[in-house]
Design a protein around this ligand. Structure first.
Ligand SMILES: Nc1ncnc2c1ncn2[C@@H]1O[C@H](COP(=O)(O)OP(=O)(O)OP(=O)(O)O)[C@@H](O)[C@H]1O
Length: 284
């Protein structure tokens, strides 16, 4: 099978990149995050034909997905659809049975989580995983110190203070992470992931447990991350209002497969999506 041809048919077109001259200074890319690529290389994440079985049953089956630099991509689906398994495959926590993951044209599939992080994939978790006894600043510093590209002197990128400020955590920097309210802990997790200066960040249920006001603010934070850090963002969430609003392109998974993808407005009215969420056929 010609995988590339199949991927080209299935993939959305690359998003329009913003031109620095067109946007106000506070929205421009942070210094040190721009990356020059060889001509013809697709910037960002490309997933081709990813599959994973557990005990002979597909958790993820032949999934194609694209998240370009500057794009916010949503991934939805009912419980057990395979979303978290996808995140684990992309971030190196699980090895795929077949399929390939590329970052900026380089293969990263079958790599370890640390290799994936070095290649430019960072993530947050469904269940927050912070160093609870450490301060907010220390949580972000640990990620920065262990960031291999920074340690090797290959990259500078935004520093800890700048990241804390951008995520409105500068006033909380010296507090213990475990003592913060839930919504703030989620932001610390995102800040820690951004300290790895990723090309693509995976956010696993970032709006879970948030109230309406917090999830609205989160939309602004996700857009800010995309614009200022110059990365792609993949968001999984069960909050359909949040995900429809934040995503530019939406993938819907069911029983391990992507059943439809496209702009949120189009996906919202898709008959198959209505059927899996509401258990009934869409009225013509
Ligand atoms: N480590 C594992 N061992 C066996 N089966 C697994 C494992 N991880 C996931 N599965 C199965 O794979 C399928 C997909 O699970 P996954 O957690 O990826 O779905 P999900 O879409 O993230 O669900 P949720 O929204 O509930 O988090 C499910 O049937 C699940 O039971």
């Amino acid at each position: 099978m010609n995988l590339l041809r199949k991927a080209e048919v299935a993939m959305p077109p690359p998003p329009a990149m913003s031109v620095p001259g067109d946007v106000p200074p506070e929205q421009r890319l942070l210094p040190g995050v721009e990356k020059k690529l060889r001509p013809g290389v697709k910037a960002g994440l490309v997933v081709q034909g990813l599959s994973k079985k557990f005990g002979g049953i597909y958790a993820v089956k032949d999934v194609y997905l694209d998240c370009r630099i500057g794009q916010i991509v949503g991934l939805i689906g009912p419980n057990g659809a395979g979303k978290t398994t996808m995140m684990n495959l992309i971030s190196g926590a699980l090895r795929p049975d077949s399929g390939v993951v590329f970052i900026d044209g380089e293969t990263v599939s079958a790599a370890s989580p640390a290799d994936c992080a070095e290649a430019g994939i960072a993530r947050t978790f469904q269940n927050i995983r912070l160093f609870k006894r450490m301060t907010v600043r220390q949580n972000v510093e640990v990620a920065r110190i262990t960031h291999r590209r920074v340690a090797k002197g290959k990259e500078s990128g935004p520093g800890v203070d700048e990241i804390l400020k951008l995520l409105n955590l500068d006033g909380l920097a010296e507090l213990k992470a475990g003592n913060l309210p839930y919504g703030h802990q989620r932001r610390v997790e995102i800040a820690r992931a951004m300290a790895l200066s990723p090309r693509v960040i995976l956010l696993d249920e970032p709006a879970a447990g948030m109230n309406e006001q917090e999830s609205r603010a989160l939309i602004g934070s996700v857009q800010m991350i995309r614009d200022r850090f110059g990365c792609g963002v993949i968001v999984i969430d069960h909050d359909l209002k949040f995900i429809m609003e934040v995503s530019e392109h939406l993938y819907v998974m069911h029983l391990g497969e992507v059943i439809v993808h496209g702009p949120p407005e189009q996906v919202r009215h898709d008959e198959r999506v209505i059927e899996i969420y509401l258990g009934r056929k869409a009225r013509k």
